[in-house]
Design a protein around this ligand. Sequence first.
Ligand SMILES: NC(=O)c1ccc[n+]([C@@H]2O[C@H](COP(=O)([O-])OP(=O)(O)OC[C@H]3O[C@@H](n4cnc5c(N)ncnc54)[C@H](OP(=O)(O)O)[C@@H]3O)[C@@H](O)[C@H]2O)c1
Length: 279
Amino acid sequence: MKKPTNQKVLVRFNGALLLVGAGKMGSAMLDGWLARGLKPKQIAVIEPHAGKAVKALARRGLKLNPKGKVDAATAIVIAVKPQIASGAVPQLAAHVDKNTLVLSIMAGRTIGFLEKFLPPGTAIVRAMPNTPAAIGRGISVAAANANVSARQRKQASELLAAIGKVEWIGDEALMDAVTALSGSGPAYVFLLAEAMASAGIAAGLPPALATRLARETVAGSGELLHRSDLDAATLRENVTSPGGTTAAALDVLMGPDGFDQLLTRAIAAATQRSRELAG
Ligand SMILES: NC(=O)c1ccc[n+]([C@@H]2O[C@H](COP(=O)([O-])OP(=O)(O)OC[C@H]3O[C@@H](n4cnc5c(N)ncnc54)[C@H](OP(=O)(O)O)[C@@H]3O)[C@@H](O)[C@H]2O)c1
C-alpha cells in the first residue's frame, strides 16, 4: 500500500501568498495550505463575499481584502470563475514583481490570456484541478510559461499538492484533453454510480438498496484503486473468475460499442468542447 507524502512542506514557503477568489476551490486550497504549515499571517485573500472560515482566519492574521499600498506577493493563486477573469486579473499586476509566481486554476483561461493582463516576464502556471480537490483527493495538471524557474515550479507543485496529486505537461495544448479526462471525469464516475443503480433496479432490487449498493461499490472500488499498488486492469482481473458472473458482465462491457468505445467518444466530445470554449 502507498505511503503518505510529507504533510508539512509549506513551512518552507517564505513570503506572502495572495489568494484571489475563496469559493469552493480557493477555500479547499486554503485549508490544505494551512494544514501543510502555511501561517494565516502569510496569506492575503481577495474575496467579495468571504465565508465564516475565511473571516475567522482574518482574526488570526490573514489579510482579507487588503487596502492601500500593496506589496508584491511571492505567489498569487487565481481561483475565480473564468467568466470574471478579465475584471479580476488586471488589478493583480500591482502585486506582481519579477519574483512572483502566478498560479491560475481557471478552466479554459490560457497562459496567453493571463500574459495579456500581467507585466511582461511574469512567471505563470496554469493548472486544471478536479472536484475531489474538495476532500484533498483531486488531481491537477499544470503547464508553465518560459518565465517559471525550477524553484517556482516546485512551489506551484507544493501549492497544488494541498488539494491532491500533481502532474505536469510541457504542451499547454494538451489541457483540452486533460479537461476532458480528469476535469470532467468525476461526472463520468458519478454517472456510473447512477447507471449501476438503475440497472440494479431493472434487475429487481428495491431502488433504495440498489442506490446504496451502487454508491458504496463505486466509492469502495475507487478507494481500493487509490490505496493499491496494482493497476486498474490487474484489480479487475483479480475479481474476474473465468466463466463467472463478473466475466459475463465484462463480456458485454468490453464487447463492441462497450465502455472503451463509449468513453473514447465521450472524451473526444469533451476535448472538442474545451477547444471551442477556449476560442
Ligand atoms: N469546482 C471544480 O471542480 C473546478 C475544477 C476545475 C477548475 N475549477 C476552476 O476553479 C475556479 C474556481 O471555481 P469554484 O468552483 O471554486 O468557483 P466558486 O465557488 O464560484 O469560487 C469563485 C469565488 O470567487 C469570488 N469572486 C468573484 N469575483 C471576485 C473578484 N473580483 N475577486 C476575487 N474573488 C471574486 C466568488 O465570489 P461570489 O460567489 O460572491 O461571486 C467566489 O467566492 C474556476 O475558475 C473554475 O474554472 C473548478
